[in-house]
Design a protein around this ligand. Structure first.
Ligand code: PEP
Ligand code: MN
Length: 372
């Protein structure tokens, strides 16, 4: 358990805030017209509470669109005045906080890159002391639940109790259809470390493409998450950042209309949601397990090519014996049975040999020819 006590409920942040919290708006503020049109169309849906927009954009490489800066804050004030939506922006340093306060921005979020750096987080926490702004903390780029909790704790220690986490997925090291791997189990672990902490899902940055957003959003609701942050642009095809993952306001309306909000007030529903939570952990772990196995087979094939070129036999008995011995020791220390580890390794080994045989029978002939 963490020291995150007395966390305020989202519905207490502002009058009229509903649960789940729905945040929508463009990845970046681009122009006054883009902001006003997007905001008005979102407001018409009657479902969204908060309008988001990036003002300073943390881009992976310099030279891409880096945000409009202070001017965008004036447009946000206009949005608030004309639509009544609350406003939210990303802040990454003390100057951003000062400007957010100057322009009366309602909610501040901390981006994934910033959460990854405790120096920046401490600077922000020191600077935010005394302000009563709700702070949303996105998960760090790497799946380190302690780094995430640590950032939340730094804000909490600065006296901020209007806090929520935002789950936006983690940088994928293996090729995957999604832009960021959800690793739901990390968000679940955060929830089990701090029961009262609201967690909002950002399906846009997990998905990277609009087609996956409905499925990811539903999963987040099934896991009892407390809200969604969805990138929305009046015309994504002209967006200056993240164009592939932004929905139009009409698409957002369809999505919100199709999502199933399950109630969790009865005992049965609590049980169902617990079961769903555990099953999601299993689903996520299985997916990663399969991705790792596929990755292993790719390496096996590489070795096959290498062996073929150097005319080495497939089965190297010493290496195999070493694999068995080291994996048995490791697996046993993790609480797995000897019998299970052996069977699993044999299965994997059999498939590996098969793969190498295929590679070598394809390459064997041509590599010999090359050698001659
Ligand atoms: C964003 O919300 O536009 C953003 C930059 O997100 P993240 O920090 O999750 O990459
Ligand atoms: Mn974005």
């Amino acid at each position: 358990m963490t020291k995150l006590k007395n966390i305020s409920k989202i519905s207490k942040w502002f009058d009229g805030l509903k649960d789940p919290l729905l945040i929508a708006g463009p990845c970046s503020a681009e122009s006054e017209a883009q902001m006003m049109q997007t905001a008005k169309e979102i407001a018409t849906l009657g479902k969204v509470n908060v309008f988001r927009s990036g003002i300073w954009k943390p881009r992976t490489r310099p030279g891409n669109f880096e945000g409009v800066g202070e001017e965008g804050l004036q447009w946000l004030q206009q949005v608030k005045k004309e639509t009544g939506l609350l406003t939210a922006i990303e802040v990454a340093n003390a100057e951003h906080v000062d400007l957010a306060v100057k322009y009366d921005i309602d909610i501040l979020w901390i981006g994934a890159r910033t959460t990854s750096n405790p120096f920046s987080i401490q600077e922000l926490a020191d600077h935010l002391k005394g302000y009563d702004k709700p702070i949303l903390v996105k998960n760090p780029i790497n799946p380190d639940v302690n780094l995430w909790v640590g950032a939340l704790e730094r804000f909490h220690k600065a006296g901020i109790n209007k806090l929520a986490a935002v789950h936006r997925g983690f940088y994928p090291f293996e090729a995957t259809a999604l832009r960021n791997i959800p690793k739901w189990e990390v968000a679940i672990e955060l929830k089990s470390m701090c029961h009262d902490l609201p967690i909002i899902c950002d399906p846009s940055h997990i998905s990277g493409a609009t087609e996956f957003i409905p499925e990811i959003s539903q999963k987040a609701l099934d896991l009892n998450m407390d809200g969604l942050m969805i990138e929305t642009h009046y015309n994504p095809s002209v967006a200056l950042s993240d164009m592939n993952q932004q929905l139009t306001p009409a698409q957002l309306g369809d999505l919100l209309g199709n999502l199933i909000y399950r109630r969790t007030t009865t005992k049965d529903a609590d049980f169902a949601s617990m079961l769903e939570t555990l099953r999601s952990q299993i689903d996520s772990i299985d997916q990663q397990m399969l991705e790792l196995l596929a990755q292993r087979m790719n390496v096996v094939e590489e070795i096959g090519k290498y062996k073929s070129k150097n005319e080495v036999t497939i089965l190297q008995i010493r290496r195999w014996e070493k694999i068995i011995a080291t994996r048995l020791k490791l697996g046993k220390s993790m609480g797995l049975s000897e019998d299970f580890i052996k069977k699993l390794l044999q299965l994997v080994h059999k498939e590996s040999i098969q793969r190498q045989t295929e590679v070598m029978s394809k390459l064997g002939f041509s590599s010999k020819k090359r050698n001659n």
